[in-house]
Design a protein around this ligand. Structure first.
Ligand code: ATP
Ligand code: MG
Length: 258
């Protein structure tokens, strides 16, 4: 469904030119979750931004069902709707002064073709229920909500326009471990109920392990390995993947010992 082909993104010019993403190719099938992992600065967010059209590729292309996706401003509404992003920090990605109802209504206003035909309040409550929020949250402002609740609202806003692909960039990284687990479960659940494809980005292999069908590993802008999650985690082919796995294991052992 989604195809990233030979994607290259560079920042700066001439001598300060820096290739953040170097010839990366990956695909996400319908109903599939692909985990994109790699250390900080490896280019994961840049790939995500290229997929949603927030950064222009220097080379290569992003296609949805074989149709090339342009920059976000030039994407036909149907393509814009189809690919939605959930960001790391729910607080800065939501307007703190808007109520939850307004946030969702804005999404429907931006994409009228996704707006409910019937009663909006009923549709809003159903959407909130879908992401595990009580209907009473509708009248609350984003700055009155917890981090976990904010992330549920971000997910609701994305779901409101009925996307086919959700790009989650470190969507659980800023949350407490217990909340992290809840949001992960929610995403797994939503993915199945709504037949969503996902590009799930995280620096945390333990988190990716819980959700991804396939895993792609990036290092310094280059995709060094990709394959079924069981294969990549069970018998990593690339030394860098092994070092990521070792680091994740050490962290877990440290935590268990504490
Ligand atoms: N707008 C920009 N201008 C210049 N350099 C940038 C820009 N965006 C990203 N970079 C650089 O590109 C590289 C890749 O950044 P990116 O944010 O994609 O990495 P990441 O894998 O998402 O890292 P993290 O795990 O910290 O989120 C980094 O070296 C970063 O400094
Ligand atoms: Mg990032």
């Amino acid at each position: 469904m989604l195809e990233v082909r030979d994607l290259t993104v560079a920042f700066g010019r001439r001598r300060s030119r820096f290739v953040a993403v170097d010839n990366v190719s990956l695909a996400v099938a319908a109903d599939e979750t692909v985990g994109l992992v790699g250390e900080s600065g490896s280019g994961k967010t840049t790939v995500a931004r290229a997929v949603v059209g927030l950064v222009r590729p220097d080379a290569g292309a992003v296609t949805l069902d074989g149709v090339r996706l342009g920059p976000v401003g030039r994407r036909p509404a149907v393509q814009q709707r189809a690919v939605q992003m959930v960001f790391q920090d729910p607080r800065s990605s939501l307007n703190p002064l808007m109520t939850v109802a307004t946030i969702v209504n804005e999404a429907w206003r931006t994409h009228p073709s996704s707006a409910p035909a019937g009663d909006r309040t009923t549709a809003l409550h159903r959407l909130l229920d879908d992401v595990g929020l009580d209907a009473s949250v509708a009248g609350q402002r984003a700055d009155e909500l917890s981090g976990g609740q904010c992330q549920r609202v971000s997910i609701a806003r994305a779901l409101a326009v009925k996307p086919r692909l959700l790009v989650c960039d470190e969507a659980v990284s800023a949350l407490d471990v217990s909340v992290q687990a809840q949001i992960l479960r929610l995403l797994v659940d939503l993915r199945e109920r709504h037949h969503l494809a996902m590009l799930f980005i995280s620096h945390d292999l333990g988190v990716v392990h819980q959700i991804a069908d396939r895993i792609a590993v990036m290092r310094r802008g280059v995709l060094v390995e990709q394959g079924p999650a069981t294969a990549v985690l069970g018998s990593p082919q690339h030394e860098y993947t092994r070092s990521l796995l070792d680091a994740a294991l050490e962290l877990n052992t440290d935590m268990a010992e504490r």
